[in-house]
Design a protein around this ligand. Structure first.
Ligand SMILES: COc1ccc(C(=O)Nc2ccccc2)cc1NC(=O)CCSCc1cnc2[nH]ccc2c1
Length: 278
């Protein structure tokens, strides 16, 4: 049974603000609740057309996602405050992340690189969010910079759950977007579990420090595929020994050998920059 919204919202409850971007199936606007006199608060309103959702056969996935996300509460996971619909559209009331999209910030950095201190804080926040999701048997499956947002205090927020499923997952619908973050078991279409997020965490850490993901082959997707399947990983010389150790412990072919999140949070590289991470 889909969650009965806490109260029935409708478009007239909001003051429309500027567009925040185009999502997968709709547009997102910055809006303020409590029209008129009282302050209210700012949220991101995602507007999607029902016939488009039906056309792409994703209405069941959306319903499942709403079920999952209405119960998630974590500082590094973008909140879904509620949802409502009118005759032709579905609206998601999402948390507004005050410092915007992480990849836009990355594109402004010289060679898109963060220093190790910033990267370690982000990875600690991601590990925290992922251990929360995994404790609820939710696999994200799509951890990558494009899906990360920044809160007003500069904290990371996992922002988009287009592919989260209850473990163990076995992707039924076809893939879209980059292969770069997918682990061998997914590119080979095999059974996969929560360890796919551990692999992606290692790939994310690599990209934060090198500016590009480890298996990227701009020219050829099939080459990326081969490099992932063979774990053709080369750690750049500018990586500290400790972060080299962390990345190599996460980006492992065998899912069972990947460093568990509890160990990531206690890893020397994380502890050096974020002592109260664990
Ligand atoms: C929890 O979050 C989400 C949950 C569900 C869905 C979704 O669309 N699910 C879906 C749709 C159809 C079929 C199946 C599933 C999307 C999001 N999240 C976003 O879309 C992030 C960017 S919109 C928010 C936002 C906030 N804060 C910002 N600050 C600057 C820009 C910005 C942008």
């Amino acid at each position: 049974r889909a969650h009965a919204p806490t109260r029935s919202w409708s478009l007239k409850d909001f003051e429309m603000g500027r567009p925040l971007g185009k999502g997968k199936f709709g547009r997102v606007y910055m809006v303020r609740t409590a029209v008129g006199q009282s302050k209210g608060y700012i949220i991101a309103l995602k507007c999607m057309y029902k016939n488009e959702l039906v056309h792409h056969k994703v209405e069941k996935q959306l319903r499942r996602e709403i079920e999952i996300q209405m119960n998630l509460r974590h500082p590094n996971i973008l909140r879904l405050h509620g949802y409502f619909h009118d005759e032709g559209r579905v609206f998601l009331m999402l948390e507004f992340a005050g410092k915007g999209e992480l990849y836009k910030l990355m594109n402004k950095l010289p060679d898109r690189r963060f220093n190790e201190k910033t990267a370690a804080q982000y990875i600690a926040q991601m590990a925290d969010a992922l251990s929360y999701l995994h404790s609820k048997h939710v696999i994200h499956r799509d951890i990558k910079p494009e899906n990360l947002l920044l809160g007003i205090r500069g904290e990371l927020k996992i922002g988009d759950f287009g592919w989260s499923v209850h473990a163990p997952g076995n992707r039924r619908t076809t893939m879209c977007g980059t292969l770069d973050y997918l682990p061998p078991e997914m590119v080979e279409g095999r059974q996969h579990g929560e360890a796919v997020d551990l692999w992606a965490l290692g790939v994310l850490c690599y990209e934060f420090l090198d500016g590009v993901p480890p298996f990227e082959e701009v020219e050829s997707q099939s080459m990326t595929y081969k490099r992932i399947a063979s774990v053709d990983l080369h750690i750049p010389s500018h990586f500290s020994d400790e972060v080299a150790n962390l990345v190599s412990s996460l980006v492992r072919k065998n899912p069972e050998e990947r460093l568990p999140l509890s160990r990531v949070l206690r890893h020397p590289w994380i502890q050096r920059y974020d002592p109260d991470a664990a």
